[in-house]
Design a protein around this ligand. Structure first.
Ligand code: SAM
Length: 284
């Protein structure tokens, strides 16, 4: 049974890394006058209440997005993401999950396919996103769903794979899904979020190794470390940071991410923080 609830973590440092890169990707796809498809395999509830009992219990949003919204000036390169966060926080004390963020960056012809398996979260997602005719919501396993639904129409597009890593096989399924889906959907850009946890060093290495030997060109790996990976796990959930894999990202994404990582590390992590950005496989 699934027990992870993103409401406890919405707007934390991991969401900021993931959603900054997701927003950069959506903006890049929005530059051309051609529609895109967005696929979200693990959509969660769509958007989150920052004053909910869950959010207040962990205080992660206070240390994350709320502290960035209070800080000034806004980091160069993530203005659109921060504008959306600001308007949602000021208006209703809300934070955009990945579905709401991409919905707000989409145009009339774009399509959003959202999948979620948790019985409560799927109801939240339907209630919050269901009124938009561009949004298609599926109560199903996201790993199987993205295989079944690719290549989508329109073919131009990108996907976020954002598992909760509640089950040990989420790691291997994530790697396998990236590789299989890239073959089924060559035009797609694929994004995978993963946690940096000292107890998961083995899985993180295996993920990188399996992508490297896949021979898929253009795999970019971005990591934001709030503390060194092998240090104690202080923040309750155990994260020392998080990473994003980008398979075949849009043009100039390396430069865009390189422009924001030092600022994110400084704002979210302080002196101990570091970041890395490397091509696991070079683009062709
Ligand atoms: N992508 C969301 C965002 O950025 O706002 C957060 C998603 S949260 C990290 C992961 C979600 O995946 C949870 O809501 C969980 O219920 C859901 N989930 C777990 N296993 C799943 C699976 N196999 N297929 C689809 N959803 C799953």
């Amino acid at each position: 049974m699934l027990s992870y609830r993103h409401a406890y973590h919405a707007g934390n440092h991991a969401d900021i890394l993931k959603h900054s890169i997701l927003a950069l990707t959506a903006l890049s796809y929005g530059q051309k006058d051609k529609p895109f498809t967005y696929i979200d395999t693990h959509a969660g509830g769509g958007l989150y209440d920052l004053d909910s009992a869950e959010a207040l219990k962990t205080g992660e949003a206070d240390k994350g997005i709320r502290s960035m919204l209070r800080g000034s000036p806004v980091l160069n390169g993530i203005e659109s993401y921060m504008d959306i966060c600001k308007s949602m926080e000021e208006g209703r004390n809300q934070y955009p999950g990945s579905p709401e963020l991409v919905r707000r960056l989409s145009r009339d012809d774009d399509q959003l396919i959202l999948m979620e398996l948790h019985n409560t979260e799927i109801e939240n997602l339907k209630r919050r996103m269901g009124g938009d005719s561009r949004v298609h919501i599926h109560h199903r396993d996201g790993f199987a769903g993205i295989r079944a639904l690719t290549p989508p129409t329109p073919r131009r597009g990108f996907a976020l794979i954002d598992p909760s890593y509640e089950t040990d096989d989420d790691w291997s399924r994530a790697a396998r899904t990236l590789i299989d889906v890239k073959k089924r959907w060559p035009a797609g850009s694929l994004l995978l979020w993963y946690p940096l946890l000292s107890r998961r060093i083995g899985e993180i290495s295996l993920l990188k190794d399996s992508l490297t030997v896949s021979d898929i060109p253009g795999i970019l790996c971005a990591e934001l470390h709030l503390r060194p990976l092998n240090e104690s796990e202080e923040d309750g959930w155990g994260l020392t940071g998080s990473g994003m894999m980008l398979v075949d990202p849009p043009w100039k994404m390396y430069e865009s991410i390189a422009g924001i990582l030092p600022g994110l590390a400084g704002m979210l992590g302080g002196e101990e923080a570091s970041w890395s950005l490397e091509w696991l496989n070079a683009p062709v």
